[in-house]
Design a protein around this ligand. Structure first.
Ligand code: NAD
Length: 492
């Protein structure tokens, strides 16, 4: 997979290539260019040249391109899902849902004529009006993780472009193909060449983007250590930056909850996409003696799940993304067992007929986990659900609030007073009450607290519009001259 710059795939040989894998077969399925500072400089130059004209496009003109982009993605939903499943491993049904989630942001961005409306105050002084306008930043970069190769680029690109910027995407090198396809579809939709570019690579390409003087803003989504690096480095270079990091999301079950609904939610949110979601639930907190009944329900559901090639009809869960990641996740399972936790369901021995070399780990449940175990403290990013038991909601909230991350949390209960207390005191950016994965719809912002988000702005919603524009406030006097005079006092 080559860079896509100025509306065409690059032809020059890159300095290096990396292998791309089919995770279900464990085989090499392609290769991706590893861009260096030169590749980044070329993409940014092309983007800068294209941006000036694009920024002059009318709001209706930009909207028209977005509406066509949406239509083409809908037409290409299965094709995009196939690219995702082939390189990431998630099931086709889940990949199609990912495309739909990305489309929802594009639909939000298509409202750009409304979203860019500024404020206006008439007569702030006699004959003087004050108003605000929002203008594009110029060239903006999006650096995205492997786990949503369509959705996360779509959190950024449609809004950045609708706001009049040119966009340079640096997708994950683990599943690079979907990013190129999105850029091709945008071109087909009528977006001028050079407004949506893709540069591939790893840390070298990222660092070149962070240092490039013509990149005005960087939107990053990935793991916490890299998010911190991106945040600090981009800020050092004077850029606007938002950097979303990792997570360790808890779902608390109170004794009065509908236990079947809670178990359904836990299994869906823990094992969907093999746990490779930043909003996956990786910790179940059973409150006040509800643990045994919950465990029984979890095990019954886990036994019915099928782990296989994500292309196959009837597969609930596909493989992990790489062999390295499989080793890392398996290591955490062993560490939990070694530390004395109760390994209730061990997914490490799974064998998938015909896919013996695939990177598979079946759903794993570990009970009686303690807060000092690495299986609890670290983001595992695999199909491993840890269960802790506590005596009260207060204890559960204290556990969450004492942790490093603050992305998503959820509570299952029938008690409105407890629910309100939970939403008021819990330290997390996205809170669910009787819902498994509280991902906000695109007209609300997406973002966590603490080490799940560096910066003050989440993805999409009003935050997205603000992040990808600069505000200008104009004070104007268009009134008959009312006897102007010299006055050295500060206006007020
Ligand atoms: P990652 O941090 O390894 O990679 C993210 C991006 O950064 C990729 O494009 C990668 O090429 C680049 N990168 C990797 N190492 C780098 C380095 N040393 N210097 C500069 N750039 C580097 O993340 P991943 O493994 O692709 O994705 C999984 C992580 O992303 C998980 O931690 C998950 O929680 C997180 N995530 C967070 C959200 C959110 O909204 N908070 C959403 C999705 C994923």
């Amino acid at each position: 997979m080559q860079h896509f710059v100025g509306g065409a795939h690059a032809e020059a040989e890159p300095p290096a290539w990396a292998d791309v894998h089919d995770p279900a077969r464990g085989s090499v399925s392609g290769r991706v260019a590893l861009g260096d500072a030169g590749a980044v400089a070329e993409a940014v130059k092309v983007a800068l040249d294209a941006q000036a004209a694009w920024a002059e496009e009318s709001l209706g003109g930009r909207q028209q391109v977005l509406l066509e982009f949406i239509r083409l993605i809908e037409r290409s939903r299965d094709e995009l899902a196939e690219l995702v499943t082939g390189e990431h491993g998630k099931t086709l049904a889940d990949a199609r849902a990912e495309v739909n989630a990305g489309l929802d942001v594009a639909k939000f961005a298509a409202g750009i004529p409304h979203l860019l409306k500024g404020d206006f105050s008439e007569n702030v002084s006699r004959g003087v009006d004050t108003y605000s306008i929002r203008q594009p930043l110029g060239v903006v970069a999006g650096i995205t993780p492997f786990n949503f190769p369509v959705m996360v680029p779509m959190w950024m690109a449609p809004i950045a472009i609708a706001c009049g910027n040119a966009f340079v995407l640096k997708p994950s090198e683990k599943d690079p193909s979907a990013g190129n396809r999105l850029a091709e579809l945008a071109l087909e939709a009528g977006l001028p060449a050079g407004v949506f570019n893709v540069v591939h690579g790893g840390a070298e390409a990222v660092d070149a983007l962070l240092a490039h003087p013509d990149v005005a803003a960087v939107s990053f989504v990935g793991s916490t250590p890299v998010a911190r690096h991106v945040y600090e480095t981009a800020a050092k270079h004077g850029k606007r930056v938002q950097a979303l990091g990792g997570a360790k999301n808890h779902l608390i079950v109170l004794p009065d909850a509908d236990l079947d609904a809670a178990a359904d939610a836990l299994v869906s949110a823990a094992y969907g996409s093999a746990g490779e979601r930043c909003m996956a639930i990786s910790v179940a907190v059973a409150v006040g003696g509800v643990g045994d009944a919950l465990r029984e329900r979890l095990v019954a559901r886990i036994e019915r799940l099928s782990t296989a090639d994500g292309h196959d009809e009837g597969t609930d869960m596909g493989p992990l993304v790489t062999a390295d990641h499989l080793r890392r996740v398996s290591g955490y399972v062993q560490a939990g067992a070694d530390a004395g936790a109760d390994l209730v369901v061990d997914g490490r021995e799974v064998r998938v007929p015909g896919r013996e070399n695939g990177f598979f780990l079946a759903p794993t449940l570990i009970d009686h986990v303690r807060p000092d175990m690495t299986v609890y403290t670290d983001e595992i990013f695999g199909p491993v659900l840890s269960m802790l038991r506590v005596d009260s909601l207060e204890e559960a909230v204290a556990l969450i609030n004492g942790g490093e991350y603050g992305n998503g949390v959820s509570l299952y209960t029938r008690d409105g007073v407890a629910a309100r207390q939970f939403q008021h005191t819990v330290q997390a950016g996205m809170v669910g009450l009787n819902v498994p994965i509280p991902v906000p719809v695109p007209y609300f912002p997406f973002g966590g607290w603490k080490h799940s988000l560096f910066g003050d702005s989440g993805q999409y919603g009003e935050d997205g519009i603000r992040f990808f524009t600069r505000r200008k406030v104009v004070t104007s006097r268009w009134a008959p001259s009312a006897g102007s005079r010299v006055d050295l006092r500060f206006p007020g």
